[in-house]
Design a protein around this ligand. Structure first.
Ligand SMILES: Cc1cc2nc3c(=O)[nH]c(=O)nc-3n(C[C@H](O)[C@H](O)[C@H](O)COP(=O)(O)OP(=O)(O)OC[C@H]3O[C@@H](n4cnc5c(N)ncnc54)[C@H](O)[C@@H]3O)c2cc1C
Length: 396
């Protein structure tokens, strides 16, 4: 797409220059001229009295690469030979998309001595594994990984590429999207195919979580999306399922631009919210930081971990590592207990796929009750001690 100014029609009136919110237009020798600040917002097109400005659309289908792109790919991230659960979740979703498109499901596996992981990828639904096994890929380096991914994409032109919104995925995938000049939708909560035009419909919260936006990438390939862990469900595992391994040979020019001196595990990561089977979350209804002692007791009694709303985190009652929601972690435990949590949409997007949700709130109209499996209208300071007592009795 591009902004076209018909210099025969343009009278140099300057209406577009005044209207442009990005200072992307100027008058040069009595004609409007566009610079690289233009975002193609279209404000100038609307305001031009001579209809001298237009946005030229590249028709879908004109780009041969787009038309020829085939295959759904999942980036099979691994560290030290271990893949996070999100890879299986993405393969489950990728399988559904590939079946709808009538395409193969590919997994891209980069690392050193990682070939045994290919069997895992087939078991979770991959048809083909693109394997780049090289000692230069032993440790994650976003520059080198990006170059390998970009070359693979250029060679095969997949239609869709999915990756986990993990720290590794968030570091790598935007670079890859830039390198291959395509779009990327981060933190998708829903992915489906428009059967009329093979477009990937990428749904994610927008405007502070107040609306769900569905985003498409009509002109460039692959259509790229990241998904947070625990948002999608893996397909049932099929041990012994076979697939094809395509080995990727790397050229000699893969010198890292950075040197890793030491890897230090972040203390925050010790709260394994994402992998927990039980999460007990405290909100502002706790009334203060001391309320988290009760949350901890219940989490311990249930064999779970402590979560928190942003309200509680912003109040300084507990660290951000515990935050569940749009700007925290996405969780989908078997049991989620929400204590004094109102259920703002930004919180719900991070926990509503939990198998069983128990909410305790004094306000019967609190939105958390709309997603709760069991809702208890009451004061958490009465309800939780009663729960603890009952749990102690059962244990005894
Ligand atoms: C861009 C953006 C991103 C955001 N990201 C997140 C996010 O990741 N995670 C998140 O959680 N929020 C997020 N928020 C904030 C979100 O909008 C809410 O403000 C927040 O979730 C509210 O936290 P809360 O439920 O603890 O507090 P409140 O909304 O104040 O709710 C407290 C609840 O406790 C109940 N209560 C009070 N006393 C008791 C009692 N004694 N017993 C039982 N119940 C009681 C009240 O009835 C009330 O429903 C985000 C907001 C924005 C704009």
């Amino acid at each position: 797409m591009g902004l076209i100014i018909d210099t025969d029609l343009c009278t140099g009136c300057g209406a577009c220059v005044e209207e442009c919110p990005f200072e992307a237009l100027e008058l040069v020798e009595d004609h409007a001229q566009v610079n690289d600040k233009c975002t193609l917002c279209g404000a100038c097109v609307e305001v031009c009295p001579e209809e001298a400005i237009s946005i030229e659309e590249v028709e879908r289908g004109e780009d041969q690469r787009t038309a020829q792109a085939r295959g759904v790919w999942v980036f099979a991230e691994q560290r030290g030979g271990r893949m996070p659960q999100v890879v299986a979740e993405l393969l489950g979703q990728g399988r559904r998309l590939a079946d709808e498109l009538g395409s193969e499901l590919g997994a891209v596996l980069l690392g050193h001595q990682v070939e045994p992981l290919a069997a895992e990828l087939f078991a979770w639904g991959a048809d083909v594994v693109y394997l780049a096994d090289d000692e230069r890929l032993a440790r994650f380096d976003d520059d080198i990984y990006c170059r390998v991914m970009a070359e693979l994409i250029a060679a095969h032109v997949p239609e869709v590429l999915l990756a986990g919104a993990t720290s590794l995925g968030r570091s790598l995938i935007p670079r890859v999207a830039t390198a291959v000049a395509t779009g990327l939708t981060a933190d998708c909560t829903g992915l489906s195919i428009d059967p009329d035009n093979r477009l990937l419909l990428q749904t994610r919260p927008a405007f502070g979580g107040n609306i769900m936006a569905t985003i498409v990438c009509p002109q460039a390939r692959p259509q790229m999306a990241t998904v947070r862990p625990r948002v999608m469900k893996p397909a049932p595992r099929q041990d012994g399922r076979q697939g094809r391994v395509e080995r990727v040979s790397l050229d000699g020019g893969l010198t890292p631009g950075t040197e890793v001196l030491e890897v230090v595990e972040a203390l925050d990561d010790r709260v394994d919210l994402v992998g927990a089977e039980v999460v007990v979350t405290g909100g502002r209804g706790l009334g203060g930081p001391e309320g988290f002692e009760l949350v901890r007791q219940l989490a311990e009694a249930l064999g779970g971990v402590v979560g928190a709303t942003r309200g509680a985190v912003d109040a300084g009652w507990i660290g951000h590592a515990h935050q569940v929601g749009q700007t925290g972690r996405t969780v989908a435990p078997r049991l989620y207990v929400a204590l004094g949590v109102s259920g703002a949409v930004q919180h719900l997007v991070g926990m509503q796929s939990s198998d069983c949700i128990v909410a305790v709130n004094t306000d019967p109209a609190a939105p958390i009750f709309r997603v709760a499996t069991y809702g208890i209208v009451g004061d958490l300071y009465q309800v939780v001690p009663a729960m603890l007592e009952r749990l102690a009795q059962r244990r005894g």
